[in-house]
Design a binder for this molecule. Structure first.
Ligand code: DGJ
Length: 327
């Protein structure tokens, strides 16, 4: 049985290279892009520009030049079929950083005022001691992003970052500040700085993600267990400033969030239904190119949130409705 499973997953990886169209999102499985290659957008973030979604993430594909750090960009109209638009960041260590630096969890915000795409990412050394964000900008969503600067937001340590754009368009950065908890802070008008702290949630959590749903803010985070999965938890608040409730499990504790870690919550407002998607990473630290994704529509409302057992599902991007698929 074990040999058989390994064999099947090799077959899937080898199938890469053929044009592929998806009818379902299959949590935990290889997710082929439109060229048939497993999507490389780990620890990612998603923005919607008109009718197109852009997914940015850590490019951890095989055969990359180890001198560089890469951020990939994919585009989609339906959140299911993704086209690889290229690596929008291919970067050497900035200024005085050694070549053993880390670029993780890129998030892009579009600033309608400056018409710039502003990327934030977690910038660090391999010991995760620098704890800063890096900022890079571009004039288009899928062009070459130019590095601008690095800093600690509002002077605080920042490791995992998350992005949140509220219904009124205001952009926020969520960042893990190891000594204290995690912070939610508003970006400056041009998005080039982190300007105002909304809240410090005194819980030691990373992989921070937020959604505003039916008048309530929901935040999800994971415990600090490196690449290993743990039981992710959620909290709610009437405003971003809080007060935030005590954290509760989002899935049966023993499943360790079905082996995944939160990255983002995506709200799809359809003509019939608003669906909130949990977007998580299933990390494979020894073979990161094969890390997977766990995307599932959440059961959410009235202050409760639950991640159902993962299985293949379909999203109707127009109506917002979801259904389970046969495979
Ligand atoms: C957990 C974080 O969520 C990941 O982004 C990464 O930084 C790992 N820790 C590194 O161990």
């Amino acid at each position: 049985m074990f040999v058989c499973l390994i064999y099947l997953s090799v077959i899937k990886v080898q199938a890469a290279g053929k044009p592929v169209s998806q009818d379902s999102i299959r949590p935990g499985q290889v997710w082929p892009d439109s060229d048939g290659n497993h999507i490389q957008a780990h620890g990612g973030g998603i923005i919607k520009i008109k009718r197109t979604y852009y997914w940015y993430g850590e490019q951890r594909g095989k055969g990359l030049d180890p001198k560089f750090r890469y951020v990939s960009c994919y585009s989609s109209k339906d959140l299911t079929n993704w086209k690889f638009m290229g690596n929008v960041v291919k970067m050497l260590p900035p200024d005085t950083l050694s070549d053993k630096w880390v670029l993780e969890r890129p998030k892009v915000f579009y600033n309608a005022g400056t018409k710039k795409y502003v990327m934030y990412f977690h910038l660090d050394d391999r010991g995760y001691k620098i704890a800063q964000v890096g900022v890079a900008t571009c004039d288009k969503p899928d062009g070459e992003y130019k590095y601008v600067k690095r800093f600690r937001p509002l002077g605080h340590e920042s490791r995992d970052i998350g992005q949140f754009i509220d219904d009124d368009g205001t952009a926020y950065l969520v960042f893990e500040d190891r000594p204290f908890g995690f912070r939610i802070a508003r970006l400056s008008k041009d998005y080039m700085d982190v300007e105002k702290e909304m809240t410090l949630v005194k819980a030691h959590m990373e992989g921070g993600a937020i959604v505003h749903y039916q008048g309530l803010y929901y935040s999800i985070g994971s415990a600090l267990t490196g690449w290993n999965a743990n039981p992710n938890k959620y909290s709610t608040a009437p405003t971003l400033e809080g007060p935030w409730t005590a954290f509760k499990d989002i899935a049966p504790v023993l499943t360790n969030t079905y082996g995944s870690q939160s990255t983002m919550l995506i709200k799809v407002v359809g003509t019939k239904k608003t669906t909130v998607i949990f977007m998580g990473d299933i990390w494979k630290p020894k073979t990161q190119y094969d890390s997977r994704y766990l995307w599932m529509p959440l059961e959410i409302g009235d202050g409760k949130l639950w991640l159902p057992e993962p299985k293949p599902w379909k999203l109707n991007i127009k109506t917002g409705e979801t259904s389970f698929s046969k495979n």
